[in-house]
Design a protein around this ligand. Structure first.
Ligand SMILES: [Fe+2]
Ligand SMILES: [Fe+2]
Length: 381
């Protein structure tokens, strides 16, 4: 990247708190004592207060109150403290108006949580590193928003697949969020592996040049980012194809585990964002649904999207004709006209068109599929 652009990017966001950066460097050093980490955290009273508040929140569910920073480091461990400090630091960047990129924070958080869960399968020792890489992976978007304002917001908010966003960014403003993120990471003196993941974190990227550890972390974050989108926590992206999603980690993580990640995300993201006091996006109540029948037909009028919805539902464990553990059987997706022509008196009809329009989504891109799966579960009893 041209050096003057690189400098602009590096100056676009306020620096992360010095204490957070220092703790990021120290957290894995076996020679650094608990007292030293506590001392560094305490040097930033605002950050220390935030970390203490989160440590005492229901998020950790600790039975005893944590009164001091040192106690927090002992109880939670240096790596958790580092991640809390980084979360609090990124959340405080909201002064940058990052909600102009719809859902940015939730996507970052969901990707972080999914990365940590996937790391449990692929690299358990480094799961907290994976969390941090997921949290920061799209941070370059904030820099570009700050630098290019509306010109960038238009690109960032256009529905698009994660695979093509960088091409659109290059065309519109001559720089992409992955390169911008890597420049920021370098400026913030993050360890090299994080800068590598910021530079290379999309499905379809070639991860080979990153070395074995970097490639595994980058492909895990790419998968986590896509799972976050599937769970309804995308910035603006259209859904990844389920087939693409399972490719990078297919030998290491099975589909049922990915489904459990999806199911966990819906709850964990909402709990975590509440802890960091980021305003929640408007939530719609679930539709009241009867529990009379154990068969469900989904009524939906757009045949072009039927295959995609089937693919995603099957990833969530809803496969046509296969009863779920809860007892419901999802039968098929059919158009309203098709259902009228051949009614199924034995089945409940789930009106997906109304479900989408009630939520005020623009098309299908932001529909929270877990709400859909949850609604189907209620319907089936
Ligand atoms: Fe990205
Ligand atoms: Fe992402």
């Amino acid at each position: 990247m041209f050096s003057n652009m690189k400098q602009k990017i590096q100056k676009s966001l306020p620096p992360l708190p010095e204490a957070a950066v220092k703790i990021a460097k120290m957290a894995r050093d076996p020679d650094v004592s608990v007292s030293r980490i506590a001392e560094v955290l305490s040097s930033d009273p605002i950050l220390a207060a935030k970390v203490l508040r989160v440590a005492n929140s229901s998020f950790f569910g600790l039975s005893r109150k944590i009164g001091t920073v040192k106690h927090a480091v002992v109880v939670l461990g240096a790596l958790s403290i580092r991640n809390l400090a980084m979360c609090a630091s990124v959340a405080s960047l909201k002064t940058c108006d990052f909600e102009r990129i719809r859902g940015f924070w939730r996507h970052a958080l969901a990707t972080a949580i999914a990365s940590r869960m996937l790391a449990g399968k692929v690299s358990p020792v480094f799961s907290e590193e994976y969390f941090l890489a997921g949290l920061l992976h799209d941070i370059g978007k904030l820099a570009l928003l700050k630098l290019f304002g509306d010109d960038y917001a238009k690109v960032a908010c256009a529905p698009q697949s994660p695979a093509c966003i960088r091409a659109m960014e290059m065309e519109a403003i001559g720089v992409d969020h992955a390169a911008a993120g890597a420049d920021l990471g370098e400026h913030w003196q993050l360890p090299q592996v994080f800068c590598d993941v910021l530079r290379c974190h999309h499905l379809g990227d070639s991860f080979k040049d990153l070395g074995a550890d970097g490639a595994l972390m980058a492909s895990t974050v790419a998968t986590a980012s896509s799972l976050a989108i599937l769970a309804g926590f995308g910035c603006n992206s259209t859904w990844p194809e389920p087939a693409d999603l399972v490719l990078p980690l297919k030998d290491r993580v099975d589909i049922s585990y990915m489904v459990s990640v999806l199911e966990y995300l819906a709850r964990a993201v909402r709990e975590t964002e509440a802890v960091f006091e980021v305003p929640r996006e408007k939530n719609c109540s679930k539709p009241p649904v009867p529990k009379e029948n154990s068969s469900i037909v989904v009524s939906f009028s757009d045949p072009a999207k039927t295959d995609m919805i089937l693919g995603v539902l099957s990833l969530l464990g809803w496969r046509p004709g296969e009863p779920r553990e809860a007892g419901a059987t999802f039968v098929e997706i059919s158009s309203p006209a098709g259902i009228e022509a051949s009614p199924r008196p034995d089945a409940s009809v789930f009106d997906l068109d109304s479900f989408v329009s009630e939520r005020g989504f623009n098309g299908f891109e932001h529909t929270n599929l877990l709400d859909l799966a949850g609604a189907l579960t209620c319907l089936g009893g």
